[in-house]
Design a protein around this ligand. Structure first.
Ligand code: SIN
Length: 483
């Protein structure tokens, strides 16, 4: 039987960067649910934060804390910012190309709630896709596709690996260290910007195993999404557009964000999303993103993918404005980890990237801190695991392996009901009684004869709703309103 040194769940920035940093002579297996491209990193547009220089570190820390409504862990935020220069420069030194300006210098841009231009981008508005391609090309270890993790092999405080269904066959993958990098929860919401594979399954397993999930109620809605198609995944319009001059307006061209926050288009993401939601509810007006400030050729060069995608559906940017709505974008909470991204209470289990709660994001993530978090904390996790060199012991393998049916006939209807509940009742503005009713509904679905994946999603949804009920006061992305 093979015992791997490391099994990594997920092929986004955090998983692949961890893989890149684990030496070639270690036995590593990376498990991904569908194809390696089905991850949130691939769709990320904006960029990666890098403190401009040492003097910018305290300012970046302050911006991150302020956006996060000071619910952040200052130690984690400090680590993130202090390490930002090294991890980004390491990518550049290994051949990754961020966009440059006319002078051949790195082209830093600004996004909402940043007080300085400190975001690097690649191929204009396809930073995630470029970074993902780079990490895949530089991945020294084996990736297995179409492999769904349905359980973690846990006994006491040790994770012995993962139980996967690979092409519907059960397989136990034993490993001395397990790194969870499976992303957030997008697919439990009706409209989102995420990859279709991102559905909170692993968070559900963690609930089942009694691990601590923290701040799960902190759900980020991206303010500017072109919600146009029948699929759940919708077209994002990056924050960098507003950072560089795009305006949110009503159908009469009135730029109403000035009535909500002094920083208008550059207010924190939760504020802008709530303002759009509120204005639309109060006035009934459709909300648009307009690009009057941009010149056509500059726009096309800076945002080539948005230009093309919107052209394909009939919009001539920057001349025409685009109807927008907020949509689910990012889960700030997750599996509680320490400053090495090690899961609390475990000897050899790590969680990195969106699935984890490092404490970096607080109640609202600062734009473009997520790719950076994936890079920084995967680096810390790998360093810690290599130094610890923990070995599992075959004598202690869990003996109670359970076998599951992945999906059952009535799953589809319940899955759709769940996505509607989350969208309607656990969204931008929450009403306490609606949360209590939603929790009851989820609990009743959990008692039905359902497949494993839906069961796990429901457990994750339950943890989000319980978090929202327990947090009685509005803060950041969690906004409670009396009926
Ligand atoms: C965006 O490009 O607006 C998304 C960036 C992020 O989520 O940080």
């Amino acid at each position: 039987m093979i015992i791997y040194d490391y099994v990594i769940i997920g092929t986004g920035v955090a998983g692949l960067n961890a893989a890149r940093l684990i030496p070639f002579d270690k036995k590593v297996l990376i498990v991904c649910k569908q194809s390696p491209w089905e991850c949130n990193t691939f769709w990320a547009q904006g960029g990666v934060v890098r403190a401009r220089d040492k003097d910018d570190i305290p300012i970046h820390i302050q911006d991150t804390m302020e956006a996060g409504a000071y619910l952040n862990d200052i130690k984690a935020v400090t680590l993130l910012s202090e390490k930002s220069i090294d991890v980004v420069d390491d990518l550049i030194n290994n051949g990754f190309q961020f966009d440059k300006n006319a002078k051949g210098e790195l082209a830093f841009t600004k996004e909402a709630a940043h007080s300085r231009s400190r975001i690097l981008h690649a191929d204009g508005d396809a930073t995630g896709r470029e970074l993902h391609m780079f990490l895949l090309e530089n991945c020294p270890h084996e990736i297995v596709t179409a492999s769904i993790v349905i359980d973690l092999l846990i006994k006491d405080d040790v994770c012995h690996g993962v139980h996967i269904l690979q092409n519907r066959k059960d397989k136990m993958i034993y490993a001395h260290n397990t790194i969870i990098a499976s992303g957030g929860v997008g697919s439990i919401y009706k409209y989102h910007t995420n990859s279709i594979t991102i559905s909170g399954d692993i968070q559900g397993i963690c609930v089942e195993k009694g691990m601590n999930l923290r701040d799960m109620e902190m759900i980020q809605f991206h303010p500017t999404v072109f919600v146009d198609n029948k699929n759940a995944r919708q077209q994002l319009l990056t924050e960098a557009l507003r950072g560089e001059g795009a305006i949110v307006e009503d159908e009469n061209g009135y730029p109403f964000l000035k009535d909500y926050h002094k920083d208008c288009e550059l207010a924190p993401r939760d504020v802008v999303s709530r303002a759009i939601f509120d204005y639309n509810k109060k006035t009934g007006s459709q909300v648009y993103l307009s690009f009057n400030k941009f010149k056509k050729n500059e726009f096309k060069k800076r945002f080539p993918n948005i230009y093309k995608n919107l052209k394909d559906v009939g919009f001539d940017l920057p001349f025409e404005r685009v109807p927008i709505s907020p949509a689910f974008h990012y889960s700030m909470g997750g599996i509680e980890v320490d400053l090495d991204s090690k899961v609390l209470g475990f000897k050899n289990l790590y969680a990195v990237g969106e699935v984890s709660s490092t404490g970096v994001h607080g109640a609202n993530r600062l734009a473009s801190n997520s790719l950076l978090e994936g890079l920084v904390f995967s680096d810390l996790a790998v360093k810690k695991a290599l130094n610890t060199d923990f070995k599992i012991d075959a004598k202690n393998y869990p003996s109670d392996i359970k076998y599951f049916t992945l999906a059952k006939p009535q799953d589809k209807a319940i899955k759709n009901a769940l996505r509607n509940i989350m969208w309607k009742n656990v969204g931008i503005v929450r009403v306490r009684q609606d949360l209590i009713d939603s929790l009851e509904e989820i609990e009743s679905y959990l008692k039905e004869d359902i497949g494993r994946l839906l069961y796990l999603r429901l457990l994750t949804a339950k943890s989000i709703i319980e978090g929202a009920i327990d947090r009685k006061v509005s803060i950041g992305a969690h906004f409670i309103k009396d009926k």
